[in-house]
Design a protein around this ligand. Structure first.
Ligand code: FAD
Length: 333
């Protein structure tokens, strides 16, 4: 029950996979740790993805440190991930205070003061592991669209769209997947800025994870970042996506210049996310922490290639945990 007397060696904002992986290493080192998470249950953003979403990564490519994801035949559903994270949290007795939205973090006399409404916590170290889901990005366009706006972050599945005209914006995986599934039941126009870059049919999503892993390991070894393998394309040819493309239902239309041009009942933005760093933004300079003891974990290329994936976040979680443990005279084993 947070009040001004609650002091921690480390407070983690966000109880998704990045927060849990970091807590795992901190707790192994005996660091006094608390996670503050604004969701009512375990699972982070996986609680909110659309119903048909499957991981690109099979269960053997979706492991957090310590305890691997239970086997799943094929590509796991989001509920399999939620169950995994729930069990992971329980298994390692990770302390999470739920439905706590951190509003603000201040750094005063060498300590962090975290605030949520009238509650507050003091910490020697803070890890921001807030993910991106709560910060959907929509690009600005002139004009006005008079139908209903959606974003992939609140796309509820095909139900409200059956038999209607749907404009979908965004040429990456979420755009391709949502356009593919809606093209079966509605009249879809799929707007992309560039031509969609399909991955070869015989390369599945695991390849993306192999690439990320190689990048992360090279960086860890202090070698040059080999960069993403941009030759390979970026849309994973899931069976539904391939079927829609091959049947001629899924094809891209060049981007509109103004929202006035869109003739549709619904407009679904599949235009990605930004890091949800509002609580710590004033403690960053040029995207880097400007005070000692603040860490950013899990935001992808910005904070570490592959760190926004289940299997990739462990390396970065461990790195942050090692420094935090050292700051309180402890060691991550
Ligand atoms: P999150 O899961 O978002 O967890 C952050 C937590 O912090 C959330 O509970 C959030 O509500 C909370 N929070 C945010 N702000 C605050 C605040 N101010 N105070 C308190 N709590 C806060 N990865 C894979 O490995 N395989 C895949 O196949 C895969 N598919 C993906 C498909 C989609 C459509 C998307 C969007 C991502 C996918 N990812 C995949 C990437 C990644 O695994 C997920 O985005 C994952 O949810 C990131 O975990 P996280 O812990 O960084 O963030």
């Amino acid at each position: 029950a947070g009040n001004d007397h609650d002091h921690y060696e480390a407070v983690i904002i966000g109880g998704g996979q990045a927060g849990l992986a970091t807590a795992y290493y901190l707790m192994r080192a005996g660091v006094q740790t608390l996670i503050l998470d604004d969701q009512p249950a375990s699972g982070g953003a996986w609680l909110h993805v659309w119903p048909s979403l499957h991981l690109f990564s099979t269960s053997d490519f979706s492991n957090l440190p310590g305890w691997p994801m239970p086997k799943f035949d094929g590509f796991p559903t989001s509920s399999h991930v939620v169950d995994y994270l729930t069990e992971y949290e329980r298994r390692y007795e990770i302390p999470v205070s739920r439905s706590v939205s951190v509003d603000k973090v201040d750094f005063v006399n060498g300590a962090f003061h975290l605030q949520s409404g009238t509650r507050s916590w003091i910490a020697k170290n803070v890890v921001s592991a807030t993910g991106t889901w709560s910060a959907p990005f929509v690009p600005a366009f002139p004009g006005k669209f008079s139908g209903t706006h959606w974003h992939s972050s609140n796309y509820p599945g095909v139900h409200p769209f059956v038999g209607q005209r749907i404009a979908i914006v965004g040429g990456a995986n979420s755009g391709a997947q949502i356009a593919a599934e809606l093209s079966e039941v509605s009249e879809v126009t799929w707007f992309t800025r560039d031509k969609p870059r399909w991955m070869p049919d015989d390369v599945d999503g695991r390849e993306l994870f192999r690439r990320n892993r190689l990048r992360a390991l090279a960086i860890q070894r202090g070698e040059r970042d080999p960069g993403p393998d941009s030759e390979l394309g970026d849309i994973v040819m899931l069976p539904e996506v391939r079927r829609a493309r091959d049947s001629g239902k899924l094809f891209a239309t060049p981007m509109f210049g103004s929202l006035d041009e869109i003739r549709a009942d619904h407009l679904i933005w599949c235009t990605g996310f930004r890091p949800a760093i509002r609580p710590v933004r004033q403690l960053l300079k040029h995207g880097q922490p400007k005070v000692p003891g603040l860490y950013l974990v899990g935001y992808g290329d910005w904070t570490g290639p592959g760190s926004a994936t289940i299997t990739g976040v462990g390396l970065y979680a461990k790195r942050a945990a090692k420094e935090i443990a050292a700051s309180v005279g402890k060691v991550v084993k």
